[in-house]
Ligand binder design. Structure first.
Ligand SMILES: Cc1ncc(COP(=O)(O)O)c(C=O)c1O
Length: 461
């Protein structure tokens, strides 16, 4: 008899590694996709759902008839709803309203209750999905909070199961692992295991424009997050399940390239995958273009399936309305912008400098902002506006610059595409360019970008 299973939970894991053949054209390395939509509830999150519940049962934290509660972007909910259905628990899920209707409907299909909350509120706001989930846990007797953003059993799942599985599938012959970062559970658990097996394996995270992981990884600073359309990856806070010590690089992607790559993966590779998979592959290709060589093997993890995004990413009307179908006008990269500009030295200031001194420097060079740098590390940006506010507050003119650094900037590198920079500038006024060892090398303002684009379209850049 072929293998049979006692119940559906036994079929979680053991997902295939499938070579990417078309979207990788032009690269010399080999890229395999770990196809997680093959899990029974449709995503990589089935793995953590079982492990989180079974570890809690083992510790006696879940009693018969319990209600499992989670604030989830959908996939963890599906995994937990499946586990709850099988094990006879009740389930309540709290979802931000940007999540697709298909995800909510799937949770209800398993018998779970769904509570929808607004997306555009701070995590501390009582209406946020974090706060609502917490309140429900307090109010519901015999409840268990799966808490994927803070539960160590989340990264532990990937350390114990996902990583050893993929490592043995490929006989340990891999050089790079690439994955998106939501809770960070996948990259942290897989990264820890692979680094223990072979510290030379590079672990690369992919982060959407708007999330704070990219800037945090490259500068150690928390910049202002903002909303983006992609579901499943990127965060506006730092969960404890995300541990950057196992991460070698973070690559940034924008909504448009993620969605266009998602559609290509389905049409050209036949992989019925979701938006964060397009993000992971778009990020992987950016990284691999820089590090390509024959014989290099990369694995990129594809978390979920197309089914939950049919009304969005796979709907031409929705794609067009949001401007994601427009052909990308190619303006090159940040390096092109910088090299077309007249030579200049980056003016920076130390955090210990006095505000009065900063005023002198801004005046002397005729600039409106400058990076605050300590021992080669970017701490933030000092804006003329903040200096003025400080003066008006009547605070001591001798206070330190470090007290009024601003987080409303973003960081880019020479390879950042102009399209991504333009998207960042919808929100931020300046971008600090980071060079080797994340050292600030330049600063770009909106007017620099306008000037570059108009020179490019006039053929003078
Ligand atoms: C579709 C999708 N992709 C990727 C991820 C990220 O995985 P992790 O939370 O392990 O970082 C998630 C997590 O919610 C997800 O739902």
């Amino acid at each position: 008899m072929h293998k049979v299973y006692d119940n559906i939970l036994e079929t979680v894991g053991d997902t295939p590694l499938v070579k990417l053949n078309r979207v990788t054209r032009g690269l010399q390395c080999t890229v395999y996709a770990k196809v997680e939509f093959m899990n029974p509830a449709g995503s990589v999150k089935d793995r953590i759902a079982i492990h989180i519940i079974e570890e809690a049962e083992r510790r006696g934290e879940i009693q018969p008839g319990a209600t499992i509660i989670e604030g989830t972007s959908g996939n963890t909910g599906a995994g937990l709803a499946m586990v709850a259905a099988l094990k006879g628990y009740k389930a309540i899920f709290v979802l931000p309203d940007k999540q697709s209707e298909e995800k909510r409907a799937a949770l209800r299909a398993w018998g779970a209750r769904v509570v929808v909350t607004p997306t555009n509120v701070e995590p501390e706001d009582p209406r946020s999905y974090y706060s609502v989930a917490k309140r429900l846990v307090e109010e519901t007797p015999n409840s268990f909070y799966a808490n994927q953003y803070y539960n160590p059993d989340n990264p532990a799942t990937h350390y114990k199961f996902t990583a050893p599985e993929l490592y043995s599938q490929i006989d340990g012959k891999l050089d790079v692992f690439i994955g998106g970062m939501g809770t960070g559970g996948t990259i942290t658990g897989v990264g820890k295991y692979l680094k223990e097996k072979n510290p030379n394996i590079k672990i690369v995270g992919v982060d959407p424009v708007g999330s704070l992981y990219y800037d945090y990884f490259h500068t150690g600073q928390l910049t202002e997050p903002h909303t983006y359309v992609l579901e499943g990856i990127g965060e506006d806070f730092l969960p404890s399940t995300m541990d950057f010590q196992y991460v070698d690089d973070v690559i940034r992607v924008n909504d448009r390239e993620c969605f266009q790559m998602t559609r290509r993966l389905v049409r050209e590779e036949g992989l019925y995958i979701g938006g964060s998979c397009g993000a992971a592959v778009a990020g992987a290709l950016k990284y691999l273009k820089r590090h390509d060589r024959p014989g290099l093997t990369a694995v990129v993890l594809l978390p979920d399936s197309s089914s939950k995004y049919l009304s969005k990413i796979f709907n031409d009307g929705w794609m067009r309305e949001n401007g994601f179908l427009d052909p990308e006008t190619r303006f090159g990269t940040v390096s092109d912008l910088i090299s077309g500009r007249s030579e200049r030295t980056l003016i920076t200031i130390e955090p210990s400098a006095r505000v009065t001194e900063a005023v002198g420097v801004l005046k002397l060079h005729g600039i409106s902002q400058m990076p605050v740098v300590d021992d080669g590390k970017l701490l933030g940006v000092l804006f003329e506006k903040r200096v003025l506010e400080k003066a008006l507050e009547g605070g001591p003119a001798s206070s330190a610059v470090g007290d009024i650094v601003d987080a409303s900037y973003c960081t880019v590198d020479g390879d950042t595409e102009i399209g991504v920079l333009a998207e960042l500038f919808r929100r931020f006024k300046v971008a600090v360019v980071l060079g080797e060892h994340s050292k600030p090398t330049d600063i770009i303002t909106r007017i620099d970008l306008i000037d570059y684009i108009s020179r490019s379209t006039n053929g003078t850049a």
